[in-house]
Design a protein. Structure first.
Length: 69
């Protein structure tokens, strides 16, 4: 992701409620599971997507922490 895309993603996350953030986290964790499964089977073409999804999950958790304060 490029810097502007990251900023847009975080801005979008900050506009969500706690429940929506939790749903987004679950969705990203499912995607990460699917990507790991594909990687193990040797079918994953975009290996960089694994790291990108992990970072997106971390961003979601960071925004959740910000909102809980």
């Amino acid at each position: 992701m490029k810097l502007q895309e990251i900023k847009d993603f975080v801005q979008e996350l900050r506009g969500l409620s706690q429940e929506e953030l939790a749903a987004k986290e679950v969705e990203l964790k499912k995607e990460l599971f699917d990507l790991r499964f594909q990687a193990a089977a040797g079918q994953l073409d975009q290996t960089a997507r694994l790291d990108e999804v992990k970072k997106q999950i971390a961003r979601v958790k960071t925004v959740q922490t910000e909102l809980s304060k």
